[in-house]
Design a protein around this ligand. Structure first.
Ligand code: IPE
Ligand code: IPE
Ligand code: MG
Length: 246
């Protein structure tokens, strides 16, 4: 059972911390629209909130944080929106390399990197490489991530191993699938938070979320605060997780 290392915006010291939190960072476009701003302004505001919340989760002692930043379906968006998102990713990746040298956070990317331009791919690999020996929170940034795509890859990998006589059909079990996901060897998320009030999972961690607690919040992501994160943890603490038992 993990407890808070630090007291932050409110006293949550008596609560059990989720070991792994997932966040579907949604609502940037609506936030911008409400202010008559371009959608890119919403993404820019959302990226600042991402920095704040990632830091906060690390400070309070969360072990794994997975943020959904760009889905396999988000390429469908207008080209100028995709371009502005790629620019924000690049800015963040450069900033992380330049300014977070002494950080304890381990940065991982989940998703198919091969669709990004070469510069972004290199920045992602550099961020992973330079942070891999740290001992702090694991931050999974889901970029070009889709859970169905992830599962198809796992199935292909299993099929290949069977074909190569490395695995027998009888040995295919849940662990064999888990071990082939981007999140291999990480605990499943205990809590997934979706701001923006949408009651759907949008292709995020379909396998890993089998027994995850969901907290839907009506705030749009750029308005999300550390108090909202605390509130989600408080709500999580009120849940009775049974995992199919009694
Ligand atoms: C989330 O905000 C960011 C991405 C999906 C990249 P949206 O852009 O989906 O914002 P809404 O849902 O349109 O408000
Ligand atoms: C999910 O949000 C993906 C991210 C937050 C990156 P979307 O805005 O793409 O999901 P839908 O279209 O509302 O389901
Ligand atoms: Mg959305």
């Amino acid at each position: 059972m993990a407890f808070f290392k630090k007291k932050k915006s409110s006293d949550l010291s008596e609560l059990t911390l989720p070991e792994h939190i997932g966040i579907i960072m949604d609502g940037n476009g609506r936030w911008a629209k409400k202010r008559m701003l371009p959608r890119s302004a919403g993404h820019s505001a959302g990226s600042k909130v991402f920095r704040t919340i990632a830091r906060y989760c690390s400070d309070i002692g969360i072990k794994y944080l997975t943020v959904y930043a760009f889905s396999t379906e988000n390429w469908k968006r207008p080209a100028d929106e995709v371009t502005s998102l790629m620019k924000l990713f690049k800015d963040y990746l450069e900033e992380a390399l330049r300014d977070f040298k002494d950080d304890s956070i381990v940065v991982r990317f989940i998703g198919d990197k091969s669709h990004f331009n070469k510069e972004l791919q290199e920045l992602m690999v550099e961020n992973e490489e330079s942070s891999k020996d740290r001992d702090g929170m694991v931050l999974n940034i889901a970029m070009n991530y889709g859970s169905r795509d992830e599962l198809v890859r796992a199935v292909k990998s299993i099929a290949q191993d069977v074909k190569d006589d490395k695995l027998s059909v009888d040995d295919i079990d849940e662990q064999a699938v888990s071990d082939r996901l981007y999140t291999a060897h990480q605990p499943d998320p205990d809590l997934i938070i979706r701001p923006s009030g949408e009651y759907r999972i949008s292709n995020f961690m379909l396998w890993q979320a089998a027994y995850t607690e969901f907290v839907i919040m009506n705030k749009l992501w750029p308005d999300f605060t550390t108090d909202d994160l605390d509130e989600a943890i408080r709500l999580y603490n009120q849940r009775n997780r049974r995992f199919g038992g009694v």
